[in-house]
Design a protein. Structure first.
Length: 390
């Protein structure tokens, strides 16, 4: 074999799968997923137990490694509250943006702008990075609330100084303090979305952090990845599908038509889970409860019928996006804000992974298997034939 030729894998079955599927790319102490059994674990704690703690406790767990004591929780809440403000220049920049495109594009740009107004942006010490993590977690709800108000052509709503993280975010969307049960449901939803191992946006954040770029750059990379419809946005598609179907009587014909035309049903299937996503199980019950309470149970009923049909026909189970759609909709959250909500929660996981990457860093630089041609003969430009439609 010529030394210039690529070496093919000795066993085709060992060739890398597209999208790094089943490839272990690193180690982490933050999150564990058992896809076969439908388990999700944050730093050793099962997600079914973490629904009993506040989102602020989950923040402490993911950032600092353990659930907080009461004094530690009080200090974290005080730190989050102290950072519950935006630089005037960032708010002004948001007001100057066009509000006809993706709100995720606005959020991505705004996070980049935050770095220009943070004196610690380029301070890479562990303490400074920890402070920036808390700052970003406190500020992302404000950015999304501001974006929502501007898109609705409403006056900006100032953050609450008395509500918790979940309650403040809901307040920023409506100007009204949520009732206790809705606030608790949303608090749990934030916990369920807070981390999910090396998903696309988290991996993007770690790749950026591994170059020793700053935390704002890493989070901006993550938001850019989350903006893609194959990662974020599925719950938006689910809700638009439900609205398109319109009634429980139309579900069967709509879904069977999708099957016949090989159309993907949003909110089903997952790269890792081979059974019901444990987060979907919890959100399903919330959707049922809130739909019944608000006398809008048709969205839940339609969703369960869709689940029955898809599981039977495709053996695919709902993921976290499926029941969050009807839950958020009955909470009166605008559909276009569903993916930004994802970022409000997942910034906690992103920050935890960025801190972990910094703590034991090595540049992430994988290799690829080259499958293109070799040893092509050079042809002067005068003798080349046209090979494209440019």
């Amino acid at each position: 074999m010529s030394a210039s030729q690529p070496v093919a894998p000795s066993d085709a079955s060992k060739a890398p799968k597209a999208g790094l599927e089943d490839i272990v790319v690193g180690t982490s102490k933050i999150c564990f997923i058992d896809g076969k059994r439908g388990r999700l674990v944050y730093r050793g704690y099962n997600i079914d137990d973490l629904v009993n703690v506040s989102f602020e406790e989950t923040i402490h767990l993911l950032l600092f490694g353990e659930l907080p004591t009461r004094p530690e929780l009080t200090r974290l809440k005080e730190r989050l509250l102290a950072e519950r403000r935006l630089p005037r220049e960032v708010t002004a920049a948001l007001m100057a943006m066009p509000h006809t495109g993706s709100p995720m594009a606005e959020l991505r740009t705004a996070v980049s702008l935050l770095a220009l107004h943070d004196p610690e942006a380029n301070d890479s010490t562990p303490d400074a990075n920890s402070r920036k993590a808390v700052r970003l977690i406190a500020q992302l709800p404000l950015l999304v609330g501001c974006i929502n108000s501007l898109r609705q052509k409403q006056d900006l709503i100032q953050p609450s100084t008395s509500l918790g993280h979940a309650g403040n975010f809901l307040y920023l969307l409506s100007g009204k303090a949520p009732d206790e049960r809705i606030e608790k449901m949303f608090d749990v939803a934030l916990t369920l979305h807070a981390d999910h191992e090396y998903n696309a946006s988290t991996f993007a954040a770690r790749v950026t952090a591994a170059t020793l770029s700053d935390m704002y750059s890493a989070v901006t990379s993550a938001i850019g990845a989350l903006k893609g419809p194959l990662h974020g946005g599925a719950n938006e598609e689910v809700m638009r599908m439900l609205l398109d179907i319109g009634s429980i009587d139309s579900v069967d014909s709509y879904i069977k038509d999708c099957f016949a035309h090989k159309k993907k049903i949003p909110g089903f299937g997952h790269r890792v889970y081979k059974t019901m996503d444990p987060r979907a199980t919890i959100l399903k019950e919330f959707s049922r409860e809130l739909g019944t309470r608000e006398k809008e149970s048709k969205w839940f009923e339609m969703s369960t019928r869709i689940q029955d049909l898809v599981v039977k026909e495709k053996n695919l189970y709902p993921n976290v996006d499926f029941y969050s759609a009807s839950l958020y909709y009955v909470m009166r959250i605008p559909i276009e804000m569903f993916t930004p909500i994802f970022a409000v929660s997942r910034v906690v996981g992103w920050s935890a992974h960025i801190l972990e990457q910094y703590s034991n860093n090595r540049l992430i630089r994988p290799m690829s298997e080259y499958i293109g041609p070799m040893d092509k003969a050079y042809v002067p430009i005068e003798k080349r034939t046209n090979t494209s439609n440019i």
